[in-house]
Write a new protein. Sequence first.
Lengths: 255, 439
Amino acid sequence: MVVAAVACFVATLLQLRWTFASGAALLRASIGLLTLAGGSLAAAAVVAFSGTSDLLPSSQIMLVVAAGAALVFLSTRLWRDVPISPLVVASLVGVTALAVFLKGFDSRLPGGEMSALTAVHVSAVMLGFVAFIPAYVLSIVFLSQENRLKSKRLGGGGSPKLPSLMALERRAWQLLYTGFPLYTLGIALGLGWRPGLSEPFSVRPQHVLAALSWSIYSVAIYRRWRSGWRGRRAALTLMAAFVTTVGAVLMYMMR
Amino acid sequence: MPPDGLGEFLRGIAAEDEVAETLLVSTCNRVELYVVPTQGGISNHTLATLFAIHRGVSPQLVEHHASFRAGVSALHHLLRVTSSLDSMVVGEPQILGQVKEALTAARHAGTIGPVLGQLVQHAFRVAKCVRNETEIAANRVSIGSIAVELARRIFDDLSTCNILLVGAGKMGETMARGLAEGRPRKVYVCNRSPERAFKLAQRHGWRPRQFDELQELLVQADVVLTCTGSAEPILTKERMRQVIKTRKYKPIFIVDIAVPRDVAPEVGRLDTVYLYNVDDLQQVARDNMAERVREAEAAEAIVARELSAVEAWYRQLEVKPTITAIRHRARELARGELDRTLGKRLRHLSEDDRRALETMLMATVNKLLHPTMMALKNASEQDGGDAPLVATAQLLFGVDGHPPVEVAPDPAPVSVMEPDDVREDNLSAGIARKRESAK
């Protein structure tokens, strides 16, 4: 899982680099790393299901999902190459592998009872996350459309009629503005809820990921507010924030 | 063909003994005369001569440059023309409107009849099928329209955009006019020579600006067209970086038409800047054209499929008068005999009984005629028809309203004469027979 997470992390970086400076070598390297990640995850899944691993059942399921996603992507790529897809798959598979790996060392169930505060905390985070999902999809579509325009690969049909860049961007940010206050409320309630429990507060990986994702979203919104920030870098930042959020949510869910 | 003389020309052609119906399709690169001849038929030579006389040119000239199509070949050609498969730019939409205009002009001139009228309607239906079932017209192929399409992929609505034309060149003007059709908020023109900018702006109702206002204009403009004669790029990466920040990263679409380029290539790598030059636009146009050609293969298949249906309708015209005449004669005879009998020996029958008897008699007539009618209809669907069968049916049923079918040397039921195309003079006997039914 460590190999898979690292391979995906490097593949994501290579893909980000490729987004700004197209190059066949970058693409080949990132696909190679993704293949390595897919193979590692598949091997880890086999080990987990053979009974020699002490992974939680939810972690095992996530492991299979991540390995399956990587392998399905690699096999579909044999007949159709979608420009932004390696970036999306590498980042999501990587964050899932990381979450499964980190959760392997943290199998304690949360203490305390499900209070009203907890319910609001969970609901707010999940509602925020639900708003981030379409924003993430719109960012992918935006990058795909932007990539076509920048690379001037528009002729000859086959390119779907997508909404304009500005429309895609505007809707993505509208969703972000909707989801971010909810996400912020959820995290704030989570901070207030933890110290109230019997066990002492300790920083866990999911806390770090949640804080990281919130920080990325905050910076993006601040830059947007200050200077009207938008374009490819802004879209990639939103995607990075979402992937981090997925990692945090997965770690909360694998209990 | 000047539009004001078209009606007179059509009426002149239609007034000739050899012509029953006529229609003229005239575009920038084709003049096509469609003719349904009368019973006597019409030769290619006569057709060319008529065209030349009524157009006021030399018959030899017309005959030398014209090509002739007849029968199924002419039908096929009409369908291909209307579906824009015969156009210089395959899939262009104007031809459909031009054929519609031709039909309207012929209607006004009173030179269109049931045959050509129906055929052109068939052609419109086929053209619609081609457009709906293929992507033949989906991709733009002119540089101006591609620029508009690209702008629409970046901005929500062109009506909220400002356009800046830098330079007062002809190509820039043409492209700006194309973009201005999207009703942008403002169109600015700036040029090193303010007089030229002023004249150009005045011509189109745009806003002239001084060249030293360029930086400020770049901040306001969403679409920039550059076509100056500058030897060095006027839009550098550093300059555009400043512009992007000032315009708060709002996308900017730049079309560089100038040679040498007005915009440094590195500008295209800046985030939210979309830089295209003429070569890029031409590449998109070539790719789109190649796609249209690929789609044209599917369109040809549709035309071939629909041609069979049009042909079947057309062939029915050949036997329809004979079928109608036979049916009419049989019913007339039956009714005559019935009236005679009812008037004498069966006078005592009630109204209901009379009606029942009449129904029974007509049903018997229809049943007796049914095999003959079917045979004639089936014969019409065969390639080239079955002239002896039609003649035999006419003879056996005593229908003499239509003369026996004979083979004429080369006239055609529907002829198309078009210039600069392959000459096709091999008219078949089957085509000649259709001429009579078309009449």
